[in-house]
Design a protein around this ligand. Structure first.
Ligand code: IMP
Length: 422
């Protein structure tokens, strides 16, 4: 099995967790390369699991999981997740490795994220401290997991906490951090995490050299990528497939295939451009039918039709060679279904994707409409989908230039059709 990257093609929440869980038995390792507790990967396997940091391969016994150096780790979130998984009978010892080079999210990152997002120019973050933690990484004022176990940590941490408290006060924040209490808490958390901490880079290189197959699990999505997304309404990491090499310390050539995940419609949480967003009532129907509420924050998601120009851009950026189309069941019984196939642009743009929020605000999506379709639960073969649904799928393939390999028709394990199977 060649190494595969599973990456989101929209603004997150495409159902990457479900796809990774379905494909994981075919891989030796499942590895997260970017993002942090802002992600919420949902898997329905007997019961519902929402994973924020632990890779979605963890529910398959034979899979080894790694949280890579490009991620940012909130110790509370991770330890809670570990405890809950172990409580559910999932064996983690010897199966889960957290990179010693991943950066750590501290409570002051949460406070700063909230203060920043409360301002008029806030972008509607998940308030999980992600942006401020990546800022510290780039500013070289952050702490990595390995640092927590070194002697000078306490002293340096005290100085950084004092600086952060000053920043919090300067932003009008009332809640600051008590450095010595926080240090004691962090040391206890670091001790609890120790059995899972390791040199993820060596582990991955050894696995690759030994011919093991790896599934790289993306978090967030191409349109939220710090470099290629709808800046500044993005997350603070490279969520596209391009993030794999740096986020794991492995050569780019290790990514052999890329499966892009897209919903059959579009959603977005938080602020930012969304050309195909539906008007309130129409959006509400999609939201209710699709259960479109954030799995990390519970926020209602904005909903709209499938956006081919955005999809084509995301496919290009990540080198996607196949698409997994999710939530087709949500459109069943809805009535006519629309798909934006191009943007009319006053600026005469012919190629590429608009770079600014202003240009995206001006575009007018041009739609094609498909007769609605209805199919029953439990459908197990692509050929059993109604013709208009199959035409919708074929249209996505022809307009993006890459085949649709899977169509998901339900949240539960197994509700996944292989295209071409019938
Ligand atoms: P942050 O990643 O918390 O800084 O949030 C930045 C933007 O990315 C906001 O619009 C969030 O709603 C969005 N975002 C971050 N993580 C996810 C996710 O897992 N799913 C969907 N949107 C996300």
């Amino acid at each position: 099995m060649s190494n595969l990257c599973v990456v989101g093609l929209q603004w997150g929440d495409e159902g990457k967790g479900k796809i990774v869980d379905e494909l994981a038995p075919g891989y030796d390792l499942v590895v997260r390369y970017s993002g942090g507790g802002n992600a919420g990967h949902t898997i329905v396997a007997g019961r519902k699991f929402v994973l924020h940091l632990v890779p979605s391969g963890i529910l398959r016994d034979s899979t080894r999981c790694v949280v890579g150096n490009g991620t940012v780790i909130d110790l509370v979130t991770l330890l809670t997740e570990i405890r809950e998984l172990e409580g559910a009978g999932v064996v983690l010892r010897g199966r889960l490795t957290v990179s010693d080079r991943a950066h750590v999210v501290f409570p002051y990152h949460y406070i700063l994220d909230g203060l920043q997002d409360d301002r008029a120019d806030g972008i509607g973050t998940t308030r999980r401290g992600i942006g401020p933690c990546y800022v510290d990484k780039v500013a070289r004022t952050g702490f990595r997991v390995a640092d927590l176990y070194e002697k000078p940590f306490g002293e340096r941490f005290g100085r950084v906490v004092a600086d952060k408290n000053a920043a919090i006060r300067a932003m009008g924040g009332k809640e600051t951090c008590d450095a010595s209490a926080l240090l004691a808490t962090v040391k206890a958390q670091a001790a609890a995490l120790k059995p899972f901490v390791g040199d993820s880079i060596s582990l991955l290189h050894e696995a690759l050299a030994g011919g093991r197959s790896v599934l790289f699990e993306g978090a967030q999505a191409a349109m939220l990528d710090i470099d290629t997304g709808t800046y500044p309404f993005v997350t603070s990491s490279n969520a596209s497939a391009g993030g794999v090499a740096a986020g794991l310390g492995i050569p780019p050539r290790c990514v052999e295939r890329v499966l892009g995940v897209s919903k059959a419609y579009t959603t977005r949480v938080g602020a930012g451009p969304f050309p195909t967003e539906c008007a309130q009532r129409e959006g509400e129907i999609l939201r209710t039918r699709g259960g479109e509420f954030g799995s990390t924050t519970g926020r209602p998601r904005r909903c709209g039709w499938l956006d081919i120009p955005a999809l084509r851009y995301a496919v290009r950026v990540s080198g996607v060679d196949r698409i997994a189309l999710t939530k087709m069941d949500v459109l069943s019984g809805l009535g006519p279904v629309r798909m934006a196939v191009s943007y009319r642009s006053r600026r005469g743009r012919k190629d590429g994707y608009p770079a600014t929020v202003e240009e995206l605000g001006e575009v007018e999506p041009e739609y094609v409409e498909f007769p609605g379709w209805t199919f029953a639960d439990g459908i197990s073969c692509f050929g059993d989908l109604p013709e208009s649904a199959r035409r919708f799928v074929r249209e996505i393939a022809s307009r993006t230039g890459v085949p649709v390999a899977y169509v998901s028709v339900g949240a539960e394990r197994g509700a996944l059709l292989e295209v071409g199977s019938g």
